[in-house]
Design a protein around this ligand. Structure first.
Ligand code: ATP
Ligand code: MG
Ligand code: FE
Length: 346
């Protein structure tokens, strides 16, 4: 029977029902952007209450007229604990009431496996490289299979989406900042401001974005208080976006070179997370991948940002790989590094 997936780790409330072969039968997604807009950032308490208010109705809508689910899956970490408690608690209650197995999903693993959704066509074969670029994360991993992820690089300070959001704030744009920067950057000159490319050429696969953000802040400080002139703002947005794209492509190229020397052959670079929606980032990654002989798999934007389809799909992949259901003992956890078994992370 179908798998019901639930996602509440951050500011997206989502439910999805997938057939055992991965076909999406029904899907509901609600971004709480309005709720958090006045604070220009996600407020954990508001997020948890909003998940609680919306989730039951969304699950009902997704199940309407569909075959009854046979498995229930929910993100149990990492993320904001209030939202995780709501989503995982709801999912467990649902499973318990109907005598169904419960699968607790690592949100990062769900992002890493999302490119294998059958509806996207030609799923990348294991092992492949995963680049996760979102509001809360920036990491590179070798994905060898469900439950088998080797972390090969991570950010030393800010996540890349966080950098987009902070720079957007400096430029007086709305929140979330990534999409606003991309729109503004389209009218700007990416070569106007020579911003730093942090970590470029380093031997490891780590990231750092705080220096780049500070460089933008320093430039903004040179102008009189108040909104920047349109031209300057557009050029700064374009220059920042170009610096991020080049940095991500460099780090991914480093990881692809490492993969080649480990395995003696190329594979796929999978990119996921909200920043993967960015056209300049995608173009830079596509070029880096093609230079390394890798394929690039970038799911459509609605699957790159948080959603429940990837949660249900991760459960299908885990069950198919022989991992049993988790049972009710698996607890929500705010921290859960990719590649760390559930028991050790708890
Ligand atoms: P997590 O890190 O736990 O996966 P999240 O909700 O913060 O969760 P996502 O929903 O995957 O992450 O992505 C949101 C981030 O992506 C925000 O920081 C947003 O600014 C950024 N983003 C979204 N669209 C774009 C875009 N077109 N260009 C650049 N950044 C973008
Ligand atoms: Mg989000
Ligand atoms: Fe996410």
């Amino acid at each position: 029977g179908p798998v019901l997936g639930i996602e509440t780790s951050c500011d997206e409330t989502a439910a999805a029902l997938l057939a055992p072969d991965g076909t999406v039968l029904a899907e509901a997604l609600w971004s709480q952007h309005e709720e958090h807009l006045p604070y220009a950032g996600v407020v954990p308490e508001i997020a948890a209450r909003a998940h609680l208010a919306r989730l039951p109705g969304m699950v009902r809508a997704v199940l309407e007229g569909q075959p009854a689910p046979a498995v229930v899956a929910a993100t149990v970490g990492p993320g904001l604990i209030g939202g995780l408690v709501v989503g995982a608690g709801y999912a467990k209650g649902f499973a318990l009431a109907r005598g169904l197995p419960f699968v607790g999903i690592n949100h990062l693993e769900a992002h890493a496996l999302s490119a294998r959704l059958p509806s996207l066509g030609s799923p990348p074969a294991f092992p492949y490289l995963t680049l996760l670029v979102s509001g809360g994360h920036c990491l590179l991993a070798e994905t060898r299979g469900p439950g088998e992820h080797v972390l090969i690089g991570t950010t030393r300070d800010d996540a890349v989406g966080e950098a987009f959001d902070k720079v957007a704030k400096l430029l007086g744009l709305g929140w979330p900042g990534g999409p606003a920067i991309e729109v503004l950057a389209a009218r700007g000159d990416p070569g106007r401001f020579p911003l730093p490319r942090p970590m470029l050429g380093r031997a490891d696969c780590d990231f750092s974005f705080s220096g780049l953000k500070t460089a933008v802040a320093t430039l903004v400080d040179d102008y009189p208080p108040g909104p920047l002139p349109e031209r300057e703002a557009a050029d700064l947005a374009a220059s920042f976006q170009a610096a991020v794209a080049e940095t991500l492509a460099d780090r991914a190229a480093r990881a692809m070179a490492g993969f080649l020397s480990r395995h003696g052959r190329a594979s796929t670079l999978v990119v996921s997370g909200g920043v993967a929606a960015n056209g300049a980032v995608r173009a830079a990654l596509a070029e880096a991948a093609s230079r390394a002989g890798f394929a690039l798999a970038a799911p459509p934007a609605r699957l790159c940002t948080d959603n429940a389809v990837m949660v249900a799909w991760a459960a299908i992949e885990r069950l198919a790989a022989g991992f049993g259901a988790d049972g009710m003992a698996i607890a929500p956890r705010p921290r859960w590094p990719l590649g760390c078994p559930a028991r050790e992370a708890a």
